[in-house]
Design a protein around this ligand. Structure first.
Ligand code: SF4
Length: 267
């Protein structure tokens, strides 16, 4: 589904992260082919290069810059893919994420990866060798027809569940990012049932964020695929309907009733 891939050079690799549990952020790509309809990365990176998902910039010199920085920086947890997905399709060819992982391993930096792609399994040989690493995989619905509409460029639900299972079998700590929970669309019970079978170490739950740019994209999506929900979503966006208090409580109970799936609400 991709439009254009552009190779770019950067001057820095690691940036300080304010995300909980992370010290640094490392993002091998600008732009993201997964093209999720609720993505708020464009507002985070001030994207002004056209429709999100149609252009991906590949930071081709990132491993070289990272290699220098790792010699100078204080050791800390590196979030790999804090803004855009480190295992999006361009990674198959460019292997920037893989090369960065090799460097982080060599320097024994702790790493936290978040992705919606089963391509992460390609790097299991490296992931297994880290003394401190975890992989989070996002799931927003158990129904792959819904997933295709929400996250058209990302791996299928089945592929992601398989990836979680394989990572766990290989002794790698895993977690599920269940978010954003899409009001009236995310199928909580079957999704948590499927998640509990692949036994992640924990489940991080996040509501739909009303960030700049997200409103129009989500409402456009709802109008196209779920027109009967338009009014409800408008109410949620205007703050008139507090959908999340109830649904987050349901998720918490559902997680507690399944063996081993610890629930953490993302703030
Ligand atoms: S995978 Fe993440 S960065 Fe990529 S489009 Fe989806 S939400 Fe945005």
């Amino acid at each position: 589904m991709i439009g254009v891939i552009k190779e770019i050079k950067v001057k820095t690799a690691l940036s300080l992260s304010k995300l909980p549990g992370l010290d640094y952020a490392l993002n091998p790509y600008r732009g993201c082919e997964h093209a999720c309809i609720y993505c708020y990365a464009p507002s985070v990176i001030h994207w002004d290069k056209g429709e999100w998902g149609k252009l991906v910039e590949v930071k081709v010199n990132l491993p070289r810059i990272l290699s220098k920085e790792l010699r100078l920086k204080k050791k800390g947890v590196v979030g790999l893919g804090t803004v855009t997905d480190p295992y999006q399709p361009a990674e198959k060819k460019y292997e920037i994420t893989r090369r960065c992982l090799g460097l982080l391993l060599m320097n024994d930096f702790p790493v936290c990866i978040q992705t919606k792609s089963s391509l992460v399994l390609r790097d299991i040989d490296l992931l297994k060798k880290f003394s401190n690493l975890e992989v989070g995989i996002t799931l927003t619905s158990h129904d792959d027809n819904v997933r295709q509409k929400l996250e058209p460029g990302a791996s299928s639900v089945e592929e992601r569940l398989h990836a979680l299972s394989e990572l766990s079998k290989n002794g790698i700590k895993t977690w599920v990012f269940m978010g954003p929970v899409m009001p009236y669309i995310t199928d909580v019970e079957p999704l948590i049932g499927a998640i509990s079978l692949v036994k992640p170490d924990y489940v991080l739950v996040d509501k739909l964020r009303m960030k700049e740019g997200v409103r129009d994209s989500v409402l456009g999506f709802i109008n196209e695929f779920y027109p009967l929900l338009t009014e409800k979503y408008e109410n949620i966006f205007s703050g008139e309907e507090n959908y999340f208090v109830e649904i987050l409580d349901d998720i918490k109970k559902s997680c507690e009733s399944k063996n081993g799936a610890k629930y953490i609400l993302y703030h």
